[in-house]
Design a protein around this ligand. Sequence first.
Ligand SMILES: [Fe+2]
Length: 378
Amino acid sequence: MDVSHFVVMGPSGPVVRVLVPVDERCPHVQVDGRDVSLVARLGSKDFDIKICEAQVSGKRVRVAGDEIVIGPSELNRVVILGDTGCRVKNVPDQPVELQDCSHAWEFPKIAETAGSENPDLVIHVGDYMYRESACPAELGCAGEPFGDTFPSWYQDFLKPAQPLLQKAPWVMVRGNHELCHRAGAGWQELLDPEVYQAVCRIRNAAYRVDIGQLSIGVLDSSLANDLRTTDVFQDIGQDVAKLAGVSWLVTHKPIWLATASKGRPISLSASMSALEALESAHAVLNSLQVAFAGHFHFFSLGEVLRGPYQVIVGNGGALMAQLPEKGTYQFPAYTIKTHEMIRQYGYTLMTKIPDGWLLEAKSTEGEVLFEKKLMRRR
Ligand SMILES: [Fe+2]
């Protein structure tokens, strides 16, 4: 019996994964009617679960009664969400942040509603695992799993995500919660679309996903520092240059997000904003239609002058953040104008329309909170 299954789009195409108890054999799946045997993900033994996988190509995968279309001729509906876990953080020298996982965590319902949209593709912009500390008894979730273990990952992501995992292939972006010193083992064992390696990968290399008519660049920004530009930004900059021609960029930390402090505009993502000034990255970023990110726990849509839209979809379930100030901000390398900011849980649905996409920010129940047509840039 499988405890979870999904298809993740990786650098070499779709990867099917089925998780079974350790004493069970890896199952078969059907790809375009052919039987394909899965094999145990080599090296994975930290977690008390067997992860079976196969790299596949074709049109459709049949896995445990679900049919997942991995090669649609057209992409019409894409669900995008991020920052989905239940925040339970109680560590020394840091602010205590506690969310009531039984009553104030909307990701399970969001996944159900978003699943009923019948998407062709799901994109998660990172930060899956938020249960870093034991849940205090007063929140009614005492005894629930925490830390980078399989039971935590199951509770915080795999189980609630199932209504969406069974509908469509996923693009899984790495967030800062999935850094090696946090939930890096779970990332590498369960979701990382790359081949397993014994030592935790510090960064995943950028890659493109070409699906239907859409070309998506996947960029690992989990290590980028929010407050200052560090050396990592050079690595990320080289990575961005590999993504020439993509029309969507998906990465955890936004490139263009600004607010004001004491009347002065400040960037909220220093390392990522600095990419704009790198000549090799600038050309790629400038020809994007839209960049999606999370990291900040709200929804927002901004427009970069002579550049793309920056959409933040960090409202997927983790404890909500305060909204930055809305406005137009001028930096040496770019100007960004905020159109909308929403402090409510939910997900984003992109629907193909002639010459562009309709973006709808939706609530947990699927109600439209905000919509905008994003037309192709000339
Ligand atoms: Fe987050």
